[in-house]
Ligand binder design. Structure first.
Ligand SMILES: NC(=O)c1ccc[n+]([C@@H]2O[C@H](COP(=O)([O-])OP(=O)(O)OC[C@H]3O[C@@H](n4cnc5c(N)ncnc54)[C@H](OP(=O)(O)O)[C@@H]3O)[C@@H](O)[C@H]2O)c1
Length: 223
């Protein structure tokens, strides 16, 4: 059966692992990634689309298939503190992609949001993620899976001091993060990627939001 997965953010910490896991599995016959730079890897089932995300007349037409995975996002460092630019990446691109996908008949949407996402938050990042979740929730998909990870761990090429610091102090904090604090435990980007792939393969229909501790349990639950 022909099934296409579309991935945004395929070159990122989590997105890269989503692509790897999709290629290692034969559920999706085609893996289409949208990237902004030349992509060095090749695979017979991998379709690489190098696009200009600012050119909205071009890439949204590529949003046809069965499932859209959104793993895209920027950092304050990358946008040099420009909140408008941050919003264009973390809010506008995923929303435009999801709107186009819904219009083109994509059935499943899988999005990485963030722990604490809340459209009413006083803080920029959780508010932005909360607003994105709310906007995506209005769209018509058979299934919308919103994943809210805590700090992601994994091997990252670029230098992120806060992430490094968290990874260093985390082993000391972990025993205290139990009960309702469990969702603050760091989570491996590989686990988030595995959960996304398994959710995309599952027959679950409806809108679902998973906090970090639930994401951690998904790969085993969705065997
Ligand atoms: N890191 C964390 O601890 C954490 C925690 C909770 C939630 N999240 C969220 O989880 C998602 C994935 O995080 P991650 O750390 O795995 O991602 P990441 O490693 O930072 O990768 C981000 C991806 O987005 C792409 N991207 C960035 N700016 C772009 C732009 N202006 N135009 C087009 N593409 C752009 C990057 O492409 P290039 O390779 O071309 O730059 C890359 O593929 C993000 O939405 C993030 O906010 C992260």
């Amino acid at each position: 059966m022909e099934r296409t997965a579309i991935i945004l953010g395929a070159t990122g910490l989590t997105g890269e692992q989503v692509v790897e896991k999709l290629l290692a599995d034969d559920y999706f016959s085609r893996i289409r990634i949208l990237v902004r730079k030349a992509y060095p890897h090749h695979h017979p089932r991998l379709e690489v689309e190098q696009v200009d995300f600012q050119d909205q007349a071009s890439w949204p037409s590529l949003m046809h298939g069965e499932a859209l995975f959104s793993c895209l996002g920027t950092t304050m460092k990358q946008v040099r503190g420009d909140r408008e630019l941050y919003r264009r990446v973390d809010f506008d691109i995923p929303l435009q992609a999801a709107r186009a996908a819904a219009a083109l008949g994509v059935k499943k949407l899988l999005v990485i949001s963030s722990l604490g996402a809340d459209p009413h938050s006083r803080f920029f990042y959780p508010k932005l993620k909360g607003e994105l979740e709310a906007a995506l929730g209005q769209l018509s998909f058979q299934a919308i899976h919103i994943l809210r990870p805590s700090f992601l761990t994994g091997n990252r090429a670029d230098h992120r001091p806060l992430e490094r610091f968290t990874q260093m102090v985390y082993p000391l904090l972990r025993p205290m993060l139990v009960g309702r604090w469990r969702k603050y435990r760091t989570i491996g980007s590989d686990i988030v990627a595995e959960a996304m792939v398994k959710l995309a393969k599952s027959g679950k229909m409806g809108k679902f939001v998973y906090d970090s501790d639930e994401i951690a349990g998904l790969p085993l639950r969705l065997m």
